[in-house]
Design a protein. Structure first.
Length: 238
């Protein structure tokens, strides 16, 4: 007798390895992958709709295969799922890239793919309730906390910018102005990707030291810095 709540509603067949349960699991995993893939694609993130569908189906069938091997062939461990998770780890690591502005990109998508592969495998094992709860929690984490994360980041005492100056000689002027604003420069790196652009481009990491400035958002601070004559372009990273 199954102990999974949703499987108990469908009946015992849904927990067995058969055509009907496989079709049900496939439909559910495609639906979940479509929802997650649309969210990622809509926000122009890597790993869109088709990628997540293929990944999720593969992980789900690994779970189904392991159930068969364990219950019928009496294999002692879930080797298909283990192989999938190793493969997903390699794939997701390769989706994390550094942009020309030294900004890490693809991190959320990578962990989303990793989480989706686990959820799909759990569904393949026949744990419908756990898989759907896990997927709901994944989507809540991606959607509901996005604005909260943005607000917290925009009020932090630490932030990083992409800075383009009119010339290398303008750097001293910018540093002096930033210190006068109440900003401490923690790190400053010349960006080699813009070597032949005619601009001096840097990645600058700040700490807000002024009490008055801590009441301002990062957007307000960057807007104030952008009016300096030496600044060609400035934007926040992360």
């Amino acid at each position: 007798m199954t102990t999974d709540f949703i499987a108990s509603l469908f009946g015992e067949w849904s927990s067995e390895v058969n055509i009907a349960s496989t079709a049900l699991k496939t439909a559910l995993v495609i639906l979940m992958a479509v929802v997650l893939g649309c969210e990622r694609s809509k926000n122009r993130h890597a790993a869109g709709l088709r990628t997540l569908i293929v990944l999720s189906i593969g992980s789900m069938f690994a779970g189904i295969g392991d159930i068969y091997f364990i219950t019928v062939l009496h294999v002692g461990f879930s080797f298909l799922s283990a192989a999938v998770f190793i493969g997903i780890s390699i794939i997701t690591a390769n989706t994390i890239i550094f942009s020309s502005k030294n900004q890490i990109m693809g991190l959320t998508t990578s962990v989303g793919m990793w989480a989706m592969s686990i959820i799909s495998a759990i569904l393949g094992f026949g744990l419908y309730t756990a898989a759907l709860i896990g997927f709901a929690a994944l989507m809540i984490g991606l959607l509901a906390f996005s604005r909260m994360e943005t607000y917290i980041k925009n009020r932090s005492d630490h932030f990083e910018i992409h800075l383009e100056l009119q010339s290398r000689g303008s750097l001293r002027e910018f540093i002096a102005a930033a210190r006068e604003f109440g900003l401490k420069i923690d790190n400053l790196e010349l960006n080699p990707a813009y070597a032949n652009s005619g601009l001096s481009v840097y990645t600058v990491r700040f700490t807000v030291t002024s009490k008055a400035l801590r009441k301002k958002s990062h957007s307000d601070i960057i807007e104030a810095l952008s009016v300096l004559d030496c600044v060609y372009h400035i934007e926040k990273l992360g």
